[in-house]
Every structure is written in C-alpha cells, then in structure tokens.
Write a protein that binds this ligand. Sequence first.
Ligand SMILES: O=c1[nH]c(=O)c2[nH]c(=O)[nH]c2[nH]1
Length: 302
Amino acid sequence: MSELSYARYGKDNVRLYKVHKDQETGVQSVTEMTVCSLLEGDIDESYTAADNSPIVATDTQKQTVYILAKQNPVTPPELFASILGNHFISSYKHIHAAHIKITVHRWTRMTVEGKPHPHSFMRDGAETRVVEAVAREGEGISIRSGINGLLVLKSTGSAFYGFQRDEYTKLPETWDRILSTEVECGWHWKKFASLEDVRSVVPKFDTAWEAARTITLETFAKENSPSVQNTMYKMCDQILAAAPLTEAVEYSLPNKHYFEIDLSWHKGLKNTGKDAEVFAPQSDPNGLIQCTVTRKGKSAKL
Ligand SMILES: O=c1[nH]c(=O)c2[nH]c(=O)[nH]c2[nH]1
C-alpha cells in the first residue's frame, strides 16, 4: 500500500556552551550554540517494522555533540559541524548522511573602564551565525554558512520609484523612505572532499563571515538604495568577490514597512512628505525579497 520514501531523525535544540581559559593571561573566551543533528541511512526498518536495531538514539547523538565539543574546537562552527557529520558517517556503517545545523549566539566581550573584560560578555542583539553541513558518504561535505536575525534600519537614503503602475497600484513613488529589514544571508561553499579538506581552509570561514557582515552593513548604510532587490544583488556580488571558495550567495530580506501618519485632521498638524517625523511601524504584512547569485558561467543547482 505505502512505502517510506524519505526519512531522517536526530536531536534538535541541543544547547551547548564551551569556555576556553587562557592559563597565562587569565582571559576566558566563550561560545554558545544550538545544534541540530539529523541522520539518514539504512534505517527504514525502524519506521516500517519496529526494528530499533539501526537506531543511533537521538540521546546518543546529543551525548556525541557534548563529547566531540570537549575533544575538539567548536569554532569556527563550519569545522565543528563537519567534525560531527564526519563522525556519524564514519562511526556507523549504516548511516550514510548526517545533516548538522549549528546556530551560534552572540556573546560579545564587555568593555569595562575602557578595557576588554577578561570574563564578562553581553548579548548585543538577536543576530546569529548559522552553519548547515551535510556529510554524505562518498560525496564529501557540503556547507552553507550564514547570518540570521540582523535587524537594520536607515532613516533616509532609500528610494522606490519607476515600478509597474496599473489599476491595482496604490503605492506612490518615493525618493526618500525608511528602509528596514532583518537580514537572512547565506553563502554556499564549494563541495569539500573530506574533513581534511575542510580543515585545510579553516581561517577562511571566519574571514568570509566577517566580510559578509561588513559588506551587508556597509552597503546598507552607504548606498542610496533604489530597491531592496538591487541592494541585495550588490551585496551578493561583493561577497562572491571577497570569498573565492564560495559558489553562491543568497539573501532573504523582509521589507519592514514604516507608514506615514496623516495628522492634518488635528489642528492642521503637518506630518507627511518632508514634514513626516512620526511613523507607524508595521509588523505585517511585509514585503519579502529573495535572491541567489552565483558566479557567471556556473549553474545555480544547489
Ligand atoms: O524595494 C522594494 N521592492 C519592492 O519590490 C517593493 N514593493 C513595494 O511595495 N515596495 C517595495 N520596495
């Protein structure tokens, strides 16, 4: 009657904190992350025939995350995700692919009395660094890195005009608007042949993340944006140039609207056009603009 066409399973929301204590200086560094581990393989009987023998318990996957975090560096997250994925496919003959997702939360070192504090940190925003690695037997390791939840706003320096107008169009053209979005950005690395291949480029992961973040923020701030579409394309183009081992860059940007409020009904108060100062931030609906940009001549099969 029916057959299992796809299955994977594992542990989600494994929360992990690791501290590094520099014995000489007394300076401590911390990393906090949330890990999701999902395994694929010859596991069909566990679903179809109540045979639990192929199951690497989700609890075992969680314990493995803790043990490998103790035995290995957890940064950059691209390396730790690859170490985990490689462990699962090489430790269990019947597990053929491991999907590891890591979300790194911000703990930014505090500055106290003008100096970096040796062991105190603050959460300076909901932005996260994300990594999704897939280790597949015989096929190497694919990695997508990214930034999520980076909330930005500019109060001018953004326009939107020249778009299609027809009998459904109400939106006026504007040469000066507020632009705000919550950045979701990702970059796909060339396929890595092995864990050793990943290890050989380790410094490039932080460099690419820093470049993507700087390019996103500086392009957003400096550019006189003609549209979200064009601004995000320019960001992708620069990230591809800054990170030569990446093959594709993608953005997903909600357009978080701020509406003018006409207050002229109250004693003729001027609050529209060049007089607009008080706005109504909208939570929904929002525009949602997405794109993937690859190097010229390379197909976008991802
Ligand atoms: O940058 C924009 N792109 C759009 O596609 C769009 N549509 C819209 O109503 N406002 C905007 N802004």
